[in-house]
Ligand binder design. Sequence first.
Ligand code: ADP
Ligand code: MG
Length: 664
Amino acid sequence: MEQEPLLRVRGLKKVYRPAGQEGGFEVKALDHVDLDILPGEYISIMGPSGSGKSTLMQILGLLDRPSEGLYLLDGNDVSNLSDDDLAQIRSRKLGFIFQFFNLLPRTSCLDNVSLPLVYTGEQDPAPRARELLTQVGLADRLDHKPHQLSGGQQQRVAIARALVNHPKIIFADEPTGNISTQQTEEVLNMLEELNRRGVTIVLVTHEPEVAHHARRSLVLRDGRIAEDKLLRDRTSGALLEGDRAPLAAAAENGHGLWARVRENVRMALVALRLNLLRTSLATLGIVIGIASFVAMMAIGEGAKEAVSDLLSSMGTNLLNIRPVNPRTAKELAGDNFRKFYPEDLEALKVFAQSQPSIAKVDGQIYGYLTASHGSYNTPVEVIGATPAIETMQAFKPVAGRFFTEEENDNQARVVLIGQTVAKNMFGDKNPVGAFLKLNRVDFEIIGLLPPKGSTNNRDRDEMVLLPLKTVLNRIYGRSTLHVLTVEAVSREAMGVAQERLRQWMRDYRQQRPGDQDTFDILNMNDIQEVYNQTTGIISSMLQAISFVSLLVGGTGIMNVMFVSVKERTREVGLRKAVGARRFDILMQFMIESVLICLLGGAFGTLLGWGLSLAASSLLGWKTVFTAGAVATSFLFAFLVGVIFGLWPARQASELAPIEALRYE
Ligand code: ADP
Ligand code: MG
């Protein structure tokens, strides 16, 4: 019975056209080759240099495509398969041994032999790789790198790698070309043993002694088969468990993904370590970009907190009504100039009761006086207000109590003092119950105010707070207030409250329609706007720096990645030859570029942290470092790595395996 051939080619042609030279000089490397190879054959291909031996082997090994002709592998036509399908077949059915070994440098023997298994999705390739290295007599060299081995030993590693996936066919191109005679024996014995077990072997050589080990000898001349001779039994007789399944078995993407990611991260780290200086320089842009971003976030967050601190120390949802409109004050000066009187406050209180948007009302007078206690004198800010101010502007005393409505009505001689005043006059002693002189009048200290910090370089703890009527009548002997304050029931209600107040004030002052307001209502929320505007300028500057730097940094990374791809063209070819798909190569270089960017991101974050510390100590700005900002900066670094790594990585993934292997 005629045995089905494992390989069958008919009318195979390969023409090389010099790249870029249209219609230029063509090389006919293969010129109409017909060949059948049965399972279990051991065939040698001889011929003068340039006769097309390597070309034939590469086409048979699916590393290259023919220009013309039919090729059936295991009965399946391979001409229409995609590059990834070919990679799959290479990794599952074929093994390669090259003249120059083509081991990955800087990679242990164990990892070199494991490589094809990584690309078939094996979770734990090490045991099988160890087994094969033991078979080729290198059990004690598992962790050695190729440069620590002799040529013969390297070739044995390459053989172990070729066998690791239980291939049906081994292609060997001048496998003994670079090793000593004694090592040649060893390698040939190994091939013979494999053939005895049923593995089909295609061996290219120019040495007749080597060719004689085969069962069948082929001689090529000028791209044609010039001789085809049987030296012994055609096949070994042993049969491998053959599967005749369709060749393009569904790629098991995602299978063994972890092993592949680990391999890629490992390679990326090796590459980074080797090119430390180049890599660090390339990350400079990322470092600056991320640093500006982090600093921007810290300053922005700090500003937000500073504003909310300020607002909560001054009270929230407040509307301040001033008696004069600064925009019209000049023309109104004269008989139209109006002030606030205690009865205006009373009228406002009555109006407020009818307004659901208004919660509380207060009126204040401000001034500066010298306060004294014993022999100690100090200038203080004097505030006169109604008891409503306690909750409206967060003046709840930390010791003692607040004054009451009654005390206000009775113009009681009571006072609450700020933290600085207390500290200067009483040190650590409790001031409550002691007396304080203002304008030679004694006031009983009934409470200690909470710390307020300083705003605009003014110490807001250097103050004393008294009932409004006490200040009006006992201290200043005056009857005008500086400001009326209204608290809206909520932030949302502030707009309504402001509009109602405005209408009421116009009516109250009997303003004619069309006239400008003779008063001014200040919305405390506006303060936030003002603050945001100042820090906003710095923030947008940092944002621009950050954006530009990331862009520049990204192109730097892209540049380095292109160099990295170029340098490792051969490596990419080898990986593809042993089964790496496009996605694997893409992922390998993407991981490298992402790792570089994350490294830059880490240094950038540190630098940005330093910058924001400097900003807070030199400029006195509040800066806040949040986990969210750090996470976002790493996300940016990651995205830069992905975006700018994509192009070089794609270029690497599209390299044809044989072009890459030949690359010098
Ligand atoms: P052998 O392995 O028998 O020495 P090859 O198969 O390597 O021969 O080459 C066959 C012919 O094809 C030679 O003339 C060689 O110069 C040519 N050739 C091989 N590869 C290329 C290529 N990539 N571009 C152009 N010509 C090539
Ligand atoms: Mg050759």
